[in-house]
Design a protein around this ligand. Sequence first.
Ligand code: ZN
Ligand code: ZN
Length: 582
Amino acid sequence: MSKIKVMSENLANKIAAGEVVEKIASVVKELVENSIDAAAKNIIISLEEGGLKSIQIIDDGMGMDKEDAFLAFQRHATSKLVREDDLFFIDTLGFRGEAIPSIASVSRVVLKTCSKDVGTLIEIKGGKVIREEVSDARKGTEIIVTDLFYNTPARLKYLKTEASELAGCVSLVERIALSHVAISFTLFHNDRILVKTTGSGQLHKCIHEIYGLGVSSKMLEVRRSNDDFDLYGFICKPEILKSNRNHFITIVNDRVIKNYDINRAINDAYYTYKPDTKFPIVVLQISTDPTLIDVNIHPTKQDIKLDKINDLYDLIYSTIKEVLYKSLLIPDAIKKSEYNEVKEEYVEHFVKEEEKKEEVYQNSSQVALDLSYNEQQDIPIIVNEELKKLVLYPVGVALGTYIIAQNEEGVYLIDQHAAQERVNYEKYLSALKKQKTTTISLLFPITIELSSSEFLVVKENLSILTNMGFVIEEFGVNTFVVKEHPTWLKTGYEEELIHKIIDIMIHNNGAFDRVKFNEHIAITLACKMSIKANMRISIEAVEELLQELVNCDNPYNCPHGRPTIIKFSIYDLERMFKRVMN
Ligand code: ZN
Ligand code: ZN
């Protein structure tokens, strides 16, 4: 019926193909999303040579009858669009109707589909129907795409290497699987399974199936709502970090999206829990009213715009920060991924735990939703009980750098510089945040000579130094004199530290952000004032340091995000010495 129409639209389709099909992963995405829309429970994706040779998708969805099957190859065939704001719900809709015809216009497509008792097979090459017959009656749809871009060589050369197209597909399938945990996905490459999820309906189990035990056992659950957004998901402990943001996975209303502000909220929440150049694995499901989402109908873009993004930022930031704050985060020296044999048991165990947690949550959700935050987004005053109970008994110092400590759970190694840097950092930061500071007047005022440009920067920002508790005055040409300083400035180091602070001030000139300035000062002074590696430290000083460390808000990382402490559990030690054999 529609053959002529399909052909006349061919040119438009070829043009659209350039838009929709940028890489193999975009073909896979369009086809898999069709399977999801068809309510499939199992979706199998098979690629050959990174998808460059062939892409096959088999699903057990509702399938199509003959008429629908032909309609699928026409542009704008969709009739699902009802209202403007259904657009996001359904998908990047304008294109949903274009994806298959576009793909079919630049490749060879074989579609086998069946909704009731008669199956239909259609083969299309370059947008022309070349075969049409009755096929077997397996419910669902199978589609095979080969010879992609055979008739548009200019596009063909834009495809990357097999390895890089494949990597794109793996990452895509993983993300789609995480956003549809009730559907089982299997990705084959040349007959080897690369991704397999069971469709259990459980996000944590899906994370486990994708990332393995080494990651899933280090994930912390997050769950909170505000008026407009429901947040649920898992964030990793800072001991497992990646070198890029690719594992920030945000799912808004069942759709994987990218959003700069959401990524920023995640990254900011991990501040000082990780080095700036490392990034956590975070999977967040966000549910919201679709009217808060601005539709972006470019087919390949995943970014969306959200109204009330600041509220969402606060929700994500404060929830992650609080979960990190409340958890014990001392990394084990032995990575759990080495215990592969327990993998299966673990999965079973976790499923039960999840069910229990679900019940607990149902009962406690009221309380959980009532927490409110002050403007600075500081953590509400909660004491991390587990952490405060942690007692570390020092044994000695190894290599002049690592404190050895123990308790009934195992042996700990603590980096003496990193630990003290953390302690000092929190001290300086809270001193800098205080409204009122006590000051000491200097017996011998300190004079500071600067270049003219530096002098001007300091002069312009003098109130900042005054607010910090410095009494500082101009004293001749390009010179200041400091007469009083806040008490937290360590005796004996006043001059050096004042110079440091002024350096930071000059360095920061232009973009002056008080919070960042304080951070910068606290980190710099903390590093400066902390015992270095290879410096001797008395056992009393070690005891005091360990006590102070445990009392920190985040005792696990120095302010640069490096670890301060690692643990060898008794079990790890016994296992290494073969005292236990499992
Ligand atoms: Zn340092
Ligand atoms: Zn550091």
